[in-house]
Design a binder for this molecule. Structure first.
Ligand code: KG4
Ligand code: ZN
Length: 347
């Protein structure tokens, strides 16, 4: 079974094809980061218009990469939410049109489910159940994953997402958009221990996160960072505080669930310091650690194609939900399960 996946929830237009026998056959992506850079963040209307101009060519390129025709596709999966509504509608409409023309099942994929299942694209794959740390620009959460569509949220951020904190701190340091990877690069030249920030919410029990105070602490310290070295030291102090906090909560989640497998997903999962910190923490306690490769940590269509394939394989026939800007993960159902709540109207 071959499933085409489309991702247009934010500022990446992407298409991929996952084959149940042969694995990932194609994945192509266009990032709009350069277009949004001059505005210092994603401009939703520009994002949607750019997706419209690119999606057809990207689907054609994915088919060419896989050496397939459209009539050889067995399902069309698309990111139905959460995300920017105008952007989501582009992928949703394209997927719906293709599915109708091919009479192939149309599968609505939750963007976070895509991220949570992205490690399944790697040769070394985790087995259910596992603890997942999902750290992206819009979300920071710990979840227990028992299977496709079976997610229990263990803790979430009360304010900023980790990626959002990276991006806002990077902006304050004068770094270009998107800030997370730029801040990580700057921190490589920074010295440890020059700037020390507290690890938010680690002094009390629980698996919740909060990053807005840390961002404010960095802003307060900013006037003392005058030269390039001091800015790098500040970036290092911030990065260590975020990655340490995330790692402490991951260890707690492993203890609380009794599980011995940790999966990290989402854009911040590409951060090298986080990866090293979690590798040390899991090794110490004899737990297994799984990451998608960095290009599958950030937004991509391979994870959407895989999630669509997994849902069809588990018996989902067609889930053509309306596109949803807001879609709490708790409302997601296992493949084939009947809705428990009425879906929201499209916008
Ligand atoms: O998963 P993603 O591509 O998009 C969302 O669904 O949000 O995550 C993007 C986030 C951005 O905040 C970006 O700055 C952050 O991931 N990010 C990083 C790194 N690479 C991407 N943050 C820290 N270090 C990185 N190397
Ligand atoms: Zn994402």
């Amino acid at each position: 079974m071959r499933v085409l996946g489309l991702e247009t929830s934010c500022d990446e237009t992407a298409a991929a094809i996952y084959d149940g026998d042969l694995g990932l056959r194609a994945h192509v992506l266009h990032s709009q980061a350069a277009m949004h850079a001059e505005y210092g963040g994603v401009v939703p209307e520009l994002a949607a218009r750019d997706h419209v101009g690119r999606i057809h060519a990207l689907v054609t390129a994915a088919l060419a990469q896989a050496g397939l025709r459209t009539d050889q596709l067995d399902g069309i999966a698309y990111t139905a939410g959460p995300g920017l509504i105008g952007a989501l509608l582009v992928g949703g409409a394209f997927a719906a049109g293709l599915s109708a023309a091919l009479r192939a099942p149309l599968i609505a994929v939750h963007h976070l489910e895509g991220h949570l299942l992205a490690p399944m694209l790697e040769p070394r794959r985790p087995e259910f159940p596992f603890v997942a740390l999902l750290v992206s620009g819009g979300h920071t959460m710990l979840a227990r994953v028992d299977g496709v569509g079976r997610y229990e949220i263990l803790g979430e951020t009360l304010d900023d997402a980790a990626g959002e904190a990276f991006d806002k701190t990077a902006k304050a340091l004068g770094l270009p958009y998107p800030g997370g990877p730029e801040l990580a690069k700057l921190a490589e030249n920074g010295r440890s221990g020059i700037y020390k920030f507290s690890r938010p919410m680690t002094d009390r029990p629980g698996l919740e996160f909060s990053f807005s105070g840390l961002k404010t602490a960095v802003l307060t310290a900013l006037p003392t960072a005058q030269d390039a070295q001091a800015k790098a030291d500040l970036a290092r102090g911030f990065e260590e505080a975020v990655t340490d906090t995330l790692a402490i909560k991951c260890e707690r989640a492993l203890d609380a669930t009794g599980l011995r497998c940790l999966v990290v997903a989402g854009g911040v999962g590409a951060n090298k310091r986080l990866r090293a910190r979690l590798a040390a923490a899991t090794e110490k306690r004899g737990a297994e650690l799984y990451f998608p490769r960095p290009e599958f940590c950030t937004d991509n269509a391979a994870m959407i194609a895989y999630a669509g394939w997994a849902r069809i394989s588990a018996g989902e026939t067609a889930s053509g939900l309306p596109t949803r800007a807001r879609w709490p993960l708790q409302e997601l159902r296992a493949p084939g399960a009947l809705p428990t709540t009425a879906p929201e109207p499209p916008c």
